[in-house]
Each structure stands twice: as C-alpha cells, then as structure tokens.
Design a protein around this ligand. Structure first.
Ligand SMILES: [Zn+2]
Length: 114
C-alpha cells in the first residue's frame, strides 16, 4: 500500500519540476531505488498508470535504477555487500554494522518536452 504514497510523491515532485521548466510533457523519469527498500518496480508502475493519468506525465517512461546494498562493519571496518545468508560482518561476524548504501529512494532526473 505504501507504494501508492511514494508514487504520489514522485508525481508531485516531477509535476512541480515540469511546471518550473514550463514543460508540456514529461517523457521519462529516472528513479533510484536501493536494494534494501521494499518498493517493487511493478507496483510503482501500476500505481503510476492510474494516478498519472490526465497529467502531462501520463505517458512518461519510468526508469528504475537499483542500488546494491553495502555495509561497513563498525568493529573491523570491512566494507561488504549484502549476501543471502547474513547481514553480519563476513570478516569478524560482528552485528555492529552500518548501512552505507541500499536505502535510497529518489528521483534522479526527468526528461521533459517544452
Ligand atoms: Zn567486522
């Protein structure tokens, strides 16, 4: 359900940018989504098709860029990527880890026509 809220948020952002750029059409939207965020591309696309209808963003292509999750161990400073078995440090097994990347969710750029 929260995909609807974030999709609405994306629409508000891009319409505001388009208005300032005096655009008549939004052709493409570049989204950055971290691996750890629970947002599903298909759900966002699904809601998009509904809420963007009858706006200048109606036929915009959604471009999803996924960012891999990475962590830094706070004990031994090892930096590593998400693996399937555990999020603990693969070097010292510490659970004191900091998320470096993977929680992103934002609009990176939009293409408009004026
Ligand atoms: Zn460690």
């Amino acid at each position: 359900m929260h995909e609807l809220a974030v999709t609405q948020n994306i629409l508000d952002i891009v319409l505001e940018h388009a208005r300032r750029a005096k655009a008549t059409k939004i052709s493409r939207i570049y989204l950055v989504i971290g691996e750890l965020s629970s947002f599903v591309d298909e759900s966002i696309q699904f809601y998009w098709d509904i809420i963007a209808k009858d706006t200048i963003a109606e036929h915009a292509q959604l471009d999803f860029q996924r960012v891999a999750a990475s962590f830094e161990c706070q004990e031994c400073r090892t930096v590593y990527h998400l693996n399937k078995e555990t999020i603990f440090c693969p070097n010292c097994a510490s659970s004191r880890v900091k998320i470096l990347t993977g929680e992103e969710f934002y609009v990176r750029a939009i293409d408009v026509e004026t």
